[in-house]
Design a protein around this ligand. Structure first.
Ligand SMILES: C[S@@+](CC[C@H](N)C(=O)[O-])C[C@H]1O[C@@H](n2cnc3c(N)ncnc32)[C@H](O)[C@@H]1O
Length: 256
């Protein structure tokens, strides 16, 4: 087997100085987009967070079309952040005529405070119903948290994804594996921890036979780590000004 590509920790962006499980320090940009001081990066695209989620994570995983005919669908995400991806997906599931029950697993090292969450989500009036359901029960504690919604269960793992992922297969609704991955760490140069080969290998092992992935980044070393983990990957047109994003499959297209 050839040498496995792994990006070393970037010395300009060492592990952020914040305590695990504690709310992040945020800067609010003029357009209302939150930026994490420790990672020097924004939580979603300034060109439109909701449209970015729909283009990259839903569209990149063939959603909402793949919800059709399913009674259950499992999605996993690295980086819960503002919850925008979760709420956009919940909104999409609920518009199905016969919605599957969604199990949404998300990992978050620095969960927002309730006030931060409310402020970030106020920018998305289209999601106000789902957002208030989330904010109403938001009280994350370190480790495994289960939040229940009509048509969905959110399994929120508070802590370092690299430490918690080994317990994911034992969580409610995840025993049949993950149908779709939303790889949404901060930019790989600033948050290399969420793009490491070991973590992506664990993600691959959790993925079921027809499982897919999507990510906004097309960084070469991330693609190589995804391939080394076992995924087949392909570049696609990115969101807004971005030329490329990446989608992937556990099994090459047409083999399952
Ligand atoms: C780009 S943001 C995610 C945005 C989010 N998906 C949304 O819908 O708002 C990346 C997130 O990854 C989290 N993160 C960074 N390193 C992590 C780690 N090692 N384990 C778990 N979460 C991590 C950050 O705190 C941040 O919330």
């Amino acid at each position: 087997m050839s040498a496995k590509p792994v990006e070393p920790e970037n010395p300009e962006h060492p592990r952020p100085i914040a305590s695990e499980g504690v709310a992040p320090e945020l800067q609010w940009l003029d357009d209302g987009v939150p930026r994490a001081t420790a990672f020097d990066d924004t939580y979603f695209s300034r060109a439109g967070g909701l449209e970015e989620t729909r283009h990259v994570f839903l569209g990149g995983n063939g959603l909402p079309e793949r919800f059709s005919g399913r009674s259950h669908f499992a999605i996993a995400e690295f980086g819960f952040g503002t919850g925008l991806n979760f709420l956009t997906t919940l909104n999409a599931v609920r518009t199905e005529l016969a919605p599957p029950h969604l199990s949404f697993l998300s990992f978050e090292l620095y969960p927002f405070s309730k006030e931060q969450l409310e402020r970030a989500l106020a920018a998305f009036p289209q999601l106000s119903a789902e957002a208030s359901e989330l904010v109403g029960q938001w009280a994350p504690t370190p480790g495994w948290n289960v939040l229940r919604f009509k048509a969905a269960t959110l399994i929120l793992a508070v802590g370092d994804a690299r430490q918690l992922i080994g317990e994911a297969h034992r969580q409610e609704g995840l025993s049949d594996g993950i149908d779709a991955w939303f790889l949404d760490g901060f930019s790989p140069a600033k948050n290399p921890q969420l793009w490491e080969l070991d973590l992506l290998q664990s993600a691959f092992e959790l993925t079921n036979e027809t499982g897919t992935l999507a990510t906004y980044t097309s960084a070469g070393w991330v693609r190589r780590n995804l391939q080394a983990a076992g995924f087949t990957v392909q570049k696609q047109k990115g969101f807004a000004g971005k030329r490329e994003m990446v989608v992937g499959w556990r099994n090459p297209v047409g083999t399952v």
